[in-house]
Ligand binder design. Structure first.
Ligand SMILES: Nc1ncnc2c1ncn2[C@@H]1O[C@H](COP(=O)(O)OP(=O)(O)O)[C@@H](O)[C@H]1O
Ligand SMILES: [Mg+2]
Length: 267
């Protein structure tokens, strides 16, 4: 493939209070890829996603979004001066994020939650924002709940509004941080179904998940992290069936006892 990656991480590192939580992360995501990020709790998955969006500032290496440096474009790179908020916002515009805890505004209806970033961030006229928000809610099967307050919706419905809010931004890359982990078990499937449909439509995404059989089914590539580093990555069938490292073998042990479903022949 020769197309430019939507995002590229080169030697990215991040420390909190002197402790390195990301070490030399190298990752490239191209249009149409569905990358799932797996690994034990505390391995740095959320921090990688947050750095991709500059919700967290990396302090080593560089992140390029469509070839443009994110966060630091001056000489010293990540050790130098941080770019202006306006420039950072422009560079990361192709990205949108779906959060583990939905992060909906409780005092706004579902429709207003989806429309607000279009008005505030994209500066769309209010009517146009509401039209786009309604279309995004329909895409996740939430059209009939447009006027509902988040507090009146189930967790699964709230997360579908969270996904609609990200989709309405028409991102080139969707970042999802364990989108189903805050849900009651009976609400997980409806959200996975929506995400699976988006992946099938060719929406590029990086998703952190503990849903292994879902990761195996929808991913074009799986990335396994442990202790702040990428330990292994590859095509799901290879990675889940033939883990190369002891770290991944022991992480997968609980799932390998159960059958995993893969798309395509020989699944
Ligand atoms: N804002 C923060 N301040 C200090 N430590 C943090 C912060 N965010 C994450 N960490 C630490 O960084 C490590 C990686 O966290 P995280 O990226 O949330 O892992 P994961 O998503 O894989 O569970 C953990 O040890 C966590 O405690
Ligand atoms: Mg996390």
């Amino acid at each position: 493939m020769t197309t430019q990656p939507i995002i590229e991480l080169r030697g990215v590192g991040k420390s909190f209070g002197g402790r390195a939580v990301l070490k030399n992360i190298n990752l490239r995501v191209r249009g149409g890829e569905v990358v799932t990020l797996i690994g034990p709790s505390g391995s740095g998955k959320t921090t990688v996603l947050r750095c991709m969006n500059f919700l967290e500032a990396h302090d080593r290496g560089e992140i390029l979004i469509k070839g443009r440096p994110l966060g630091y474009s001056g000489p010293g790179g990540a050790a130098g001066d941080r770019d202006s908020a306006a420039l950072i916002a422009r560079v990361r515009r192709p990205l949108a994020m779906v959060f583990q805890q939905f992060n909906l505004w409780p005092h706004m209806t579902a429709l207003e939650n989806v429309a607000a970033p279009l008005v505030l961030g994209k500066r769309l006229p209010r009517a146009e924002a509401r039209r786009r928000a309604a279309a995004a809610l329909a895409q996740v099967g939430m059209a009939q709940h447009a006027g509902a307050w988040p507090g009146r919706l189930s967790g699964g419905q709230q997360q579908r509004v969270g996904i609609a809010r990200a989709l309405a931004l028409e991102p080139e890359l969707l970042l999802l941080d364990e989108p189903t982990s805050a849900l009651d078990p009976e609400r997980v499937e409806e959200v996975l179904e929506v995400i699976g449909r988006l992946a099938g439509q060719g929406i590029t995404m990086v998703m952190v998940t503990h849903e292994m059989s879902f990761a195996a089914r929808i991913a074009t590539r799986v990335v396994f992290m442990a202790d702040g580093a990428i330990v292994e990555s590859g095509e799901p069938r290879r990675l889940f069936r033939h883990p190369a490292t002891g770290r991944l073998k022991s992480f997968l042990a609980p799932w390998l006892r159960r059958p995993l479903r893969f798309d395509g022949p020989d699944g």
